[in-house]
Design a protein around this ligand. Structure first.
Ligand code: PMP
Length: 454
């Protein structure tokens, strides 16, 4: 007990946590998690929690305490821990091959360490293509209101959550916002054609900016932290058409949705999209090692060849730790687990159960305005009144999260810095969730809603 007190003291004195004002995690003090097994974690006071958010931010997709992943990383580190990113490693080659097998149409994998970095790499490739093939003119990158792409300055410049970037300006130039596609708040009279209209709003921005200046469009397949926004019917078909029409490279950010989370290997695969770039991080190695990937097509790769046919010479800045072998070693074993344990099937089945349980709660609690999501990535938007759809007060949404926390169930709520969009409960349990885990999660929400909203 003394040892843990020394840790807590050191944490309080010296660690600069971000989201320090993040109430749900403040509810457990100290916020240090000491142990994890399967779906559950134990904090520094010894309290057990059922984790309905996979490590807080949709990351630990295959659950805690996976010895086989730890062993794969250990064995690789002892054999060969690191050699330059421009060289290669056995797990790096094998994981790239396995990943590409899950992504028909894609061909090349660039490794780095975080989702932000993977997105930056795609942005930089779009800029390089502009310089190499369009005289530097096709440099603009479109991003969508409510989407999030990372914490670096360029990724924040492509972030549709403006409150996150206060005090960081000036931001990087050349990033332009397009409207979100949240049907529930669209006030569009004709729901049938909203999908097409929301996509057409992107075209309007392209025409306003000038198609010759727009090189890329970066979108989350389902907006995650910005509100669990599933795209309306017909949206993606039209987005794809628009990209083709104006020769705009389509970049899908799968940092949250990727590697099984939505009940498919990748979120975009539900919608028949053919992206030019796909980025992924969190669930790639479920938090057992740092790894991210920028995946692209052979057609993009071809555009980087020089006269001698060498495509490498145009990557002038190299991420040192993209050469770490621990990441792909963990990612390979992570993928084996998802396949052997049939976790994508489980995600579909348990995702339906979670969704249906929440729909049942919606019958009982008028405060649940809408349930949305796919697979084990589900949101329940809370409203003061179903007719006006006035967002539930942030204080009360956070009280629901805190109440669940007190019951030993960790749930999330969408980004707190977004007025009007910080009222969605967010559930993303690990892909190994059982029926009783799902029922425990929704039972705790049921009780919390009764206590907070009556
Ligand atoms: N893209 C999305 C959709 C994300 O949710 C996040 C992280 N929350 C990122 C990118 C950035 O990833 P990282 O924190 O690993 O840099």
């Amino acid at each position: 007990a003394n040892d843990i007190q020394a840790v807590i003291d050191a944490d309080r004195a010296h660690v600069w946590h971000h989201l320090i004002q993040h109430k749900p995690f403040e509810a457990i003090d100290p916020r240090i998690m000491v142990e994890g097994r399967g779906m559950r974690v134990w904090d520094a006071t010894g309290k057990e929690h059922l984790d309905a958010v996979s490590g807080g931010v949709w990351t630990v997709n295959v659950g805690y305490g996976r010895e086989s992943i730890a062993n794969a990383v250990r064995d690789q580190l002892i054999k060969m821990n690191y050699f330059a990113n421009s060289a290669g490693s056995i797990p790096g080659a094998l994981f790239a091959k396995k990943l590409i097998e899950k992504m028909p149409g894609m061909s090349r994998v660039y490794y780095s360490n975080s989702g932000s970095e993977a997105n930056e790499k795609a942005f930089k490739m779009i800029r390089q293509i502009s310089h190499r093939h369009h005289g530097g003119k096709k440099y603009k990158i479109l991003y969508r209101d409510r989407d999030y792409h990372g914490t670096t300055l360029a990724a924040l410049s492509a972030g549709g959550q403006p409150q996150r970037v206060e005090q960081y300006g000036p931001l990087a130039p050349g990033f332009v916002m397009v409207p979100h596609c949240l049907e529930y708040r669209s006030q569009y009279p004709d729901a049938e054609s909203y999908g097409e209209a929301a996509a057409n709003a992107i075209e309007e921005v392209i025409l306003r900016e000038g198609p010759d200046t727009v090189g890329g469009l970066c979108l989350e397949p389902i907006t995650a932290g910005g509100g669990v926004i599933t795209p309306p019917a017909g949206y993606w078909e039209r987005v794809q058409e628009i990209c083709r029409k104006y020769n705009i490279l389509l970049h899908i950010d799968e940092v949250v949705c990727g590697v099984g989370r939505t009940g498919a290997w990748f979120g975009y695969q539900h919608y028949g999209i053919k992206p030019d770039f796909v980025t992924m991080a969190k669930g790639v190695a479920s938090g057992y090692a740092a790894i991210s990937c920028t995946v692209t097509t052979e057609a993009v790769f071809e555009q980087f060849k020089d006269d001698a046919g060498d495509p490498m010479s145009y990557f002038r800045d190299i991420s040192t730790f993209g050469g770490c072998a621990a990441g792909p070693a963990a990612a390979l074993e992570n993928m084996r687990i998802i396949e052997d344990e049939k976790l994508i099937d489980n995600t579909q089945a348990m995702g339906h159960r979670l969704f249906d349980n929440l729909l049942a709660l919606q019958e009982k609690h008028a405060v649940i305005g809408e349930v949305r999501g796919k697979g084990l990535f589900v949101g329940a938007e809370l409203v003061e009144d179903r007719h006006s759809r006035t967002p539930a007060e942030e204080k009360r949404v956070q009280a629901v999260v805190a109440d669940c926390m007190a019951q030993g169930v960790i749930i999330g709520a969408t980004n707190r810095s977004l007025p009007g969009f910080n009222n969605t409960l967010c559930l993303s349990p690990a892909l190994i969730a059982t029926a009783s885990d799902i029922d425990q999660i929704t039972d705790s929400i049921d009780q919390a809603l009764t206590r907070v909203f009556g």
